[in-house]
Design a protein around this ligand. Sequence first.
Ligand code: FDA
Length: 305
Amino acid sequence: MTFSGFNRLIVASLPYLPKALVGLIARRYVAGETVEEALEVVKRLNEQGFEATLDILGEHVEFPGEASAVADAYVDLYCRIADSGLRSNISLKPTHLGLAIDGQICRESLSRILAAARETDNFLRIDMENSPYTDDTLALYRTCLEQYLRVGLVLQAYLYRSGDDLTNLMSSPLNFRLCKGIYREPPEIAIQDRAAINHNFLILLKQAFEGGAYVAIATHDRPLIAQAEELIRQLNIPPSRFEFQALYGVPMKGKLETLLAAGYKVRIYVPFGEAWYDYSLRRLKENPHLAGYVLKNMFQHRRVH
Ligand code: FDA
């Protein structure tokens, strides 16, 4: 069996493995189950020069009570970040706050979270989920902006609509994260070809820079990062206009440290919480190499100790 065949086999077996074993693999991508564990990870990242954005894992809550509990947890998280003096903002998913149940429930939860962001003078990023929620998420963002300016959202380079969305959003001051897009979307609305998605990523980045937006450039694709850096140089964009972002645990072969050394801001997206299991399975399916890699590390670790 080839190495990649072996990795795929591990990934295919994950749902049948004991949760504790998946937990060992998950440690790479998830900063633990509790706020304390997550803050410890952020502290370490801050010491290394990175900013962070904390995300409580979960999505698609089904009951209003759940959405309210999630909002409580985010309010508490803003206070804990402020008390600890760490450099982290927060990212959240609208369906975790009840968007799939009812827009009003989600708006109420968000409003409480925004009040906590304002009290602690921090920033809130609203993640972008799959296309059935795009319009509602854009509307939510606009409602948030009326309450508090330090809020941002995400645009996905694979969606054909993102160029127009960006144009509309730039009628107000804009801080957005640019990513490729992680959900499976139909060809009628989303570019399918990898190279074409990258091409659109750079078109959107240029449009954003020329339109005056602040951009969080969120990708692990090192050639694409190099092209973004080239564009930054060509357009002479100062570091105060952008940052780079990566997911906690995704191997970057020293690229993030190089970006820091170049004087750029780099923010790590740090997910944590009890819903780590599904998140970890998704991460491993996206990158089957990691399953083999982590397993190898586990056994090396055992041998040493
Ligand atoms: P690409 O897919 O080309 O990956 C480059 C390399 O990194 C490959 O070697 C790949 O295997 C590895 N890699 C990439 N992602 C990995 C992962 N998760 N786990 C393990 N290895 C990985 N999407 C979205 O739709 N809405 C959102 O709100 C966000 N938010 C977000 C925040 C941040 C900080 C990041 C970095 C990404 C997102 N995304 C997202 C996800 C994004 O849309 C995209 O799907 C992934 O980042 C993968 O694409 P890359 O740009 O990294 O390139």
